[in-house]
Design a binder for this molecule. Structure first.
Ligand SMILES: [Zn+2]
Length: 338
């Protein structure tokens, strides 16, 4: 009897470790309603002298900085998170919404000095999911109410929605929330020679965190609560492929084994990495092609500059592309070759 029970308990605990919940971080639930302008905070746009306040710019993706190009008007600035509107304010217009983790996890970073980042006051929570560690980030907080190392779940109050950080005021107060992969656990070594300014955030600097499409994840997990991150990411469109020489370890694959789509020899010649437009590594394949330096092997053809579609990481146009210096620098963070 006892044995039977402990077997059942072990099985129940194992399946619990696999299952994870995804909830909204504030009381604003309008992402699932008919009017997305109730969910997303607008930005103040001025394009060719025409002022507007598009809610669309609060979404995840290439939603900001319009440019007129050979392919029409395109949006070139990438927004890595969702800007969620407050639903409660006091008489002075101060937002009152409390912020909760989007899933259970461990608090790994609390940035309580608003001036040390464009995120203002922010908190990062690690989620140990079957595909590896994912990191949710809550920015522009009025205050932070958790400490590093604490366990947190959907009941925990991370802080209060606010307007700390760059380019934001009381009227546009919102929660900026991201869900990320972590690129490198040696981030500080990468950062030091490349920036004059100090890094106050260790590996939890925004440059080291790659945001995935959290809005799409909410919607697809609502339709299928067993959807895995690996499957979710295979639905992202490959925008370019880069082949890099294989040197030593590839720590990103060790952290996210699902990225490796084909068994690799113990010392492959090269890797081919598939990226989406915003730079999320989607897939890695071992390659037998000798490669001295990173090379773009394929790109979605474009009539205008690839730079507009890739946050400036690729140069060229048409079906030819090369890595810009920022593209090379970013790639080194992805591969760990720095
Ligand atoms: Zn934002």
């Amino acid at each position: 009897m006892i044995r039977g029970f402990s077997w059942w308990l072990a099985l129940a605990l194992a399946s619990q470790a696999q299952a994870w919940e995804l909830t909204l971080p504030t009381e604003n639930r309008a992402i699932f309603s008919g009017d997305p302008s109730d969910f997303y905070m607008y930005t103040d746009r001025n394009f060719e002298g025409v002022k507007s306040q598009p809610w669309t710019a609060g979404q995840y993706g290439f939603v900001r900085d319009q440019k007129r190009t050979a392919e029409g008007i395109i949006l070139t600035k990438f927004h890595e998170g969702l800007d969620i509107k407050p639903v409660k304010r006091d008489g002075q217009g101060i937002p009152l919404d409390l912020v909760h983790p989007i899933s259970a996890g461990t608090v790994v970073h609390v940035a309580s000095q608003a001036s040390q980042s464009s995120y203002g006051k922010y908190v990062v929570i690690r989620h140990d999911w079957p595909e590896g560690p994912f990191y949710s980030l809550y920015a522009h907080l009025m205050d932070t109410r958790v400490s590093v190392g604490a366990k947190a779940d959907s009941e925990t109050v991370v802080g209060r929605l606010g307007y700390t950080g760059e380019g934001i005021d009381r009227v546009r107060a919102h929660l900026h929330v991201e869900l990320n992969l972590l690129l490198s656990d040696r981030f500080e070594k990468w950062h030091a020679p490349r920036f004059q300014t100090p890094n106050h955030h260790g590996v939890y600097n925004g440059l080291n965190l790659v945001g995935i499409d959290l809005a799409r994840l909410y919607k697809e997990r609502q339709a299928d609560s067993s959807l895995t991150l690996a499957t979710f990411l295979t639905r992202e469109k490959v925008h370019h492929k880069i082949r890099v020489p294989a040197k030593g370890k590839f720590p990103l694959i060790a952290r996210y084994p699902f990225l490796l789509k084909q068994a690799a020899p113990s010392q492959p010649t090269a890797w081919e990495i598939h990226f989406n437009q915003s730079g999320i590594p989607l897939a890695v394949y071992p390659s037998t092609v000798p490669t001295a330096n990173p090379v773009v092997t394929w790109v979605v053809p474009s009539k205008t500059y690839h730079a507009y579609y890739t946050r400036g990481r690729l140069t060229g146009s048409g079906s030819s592309a090369a890595l810009s210096s920022s593209g090379l620098s970013y790639l080194s963070l992805v591969t760990g070759q720095f």
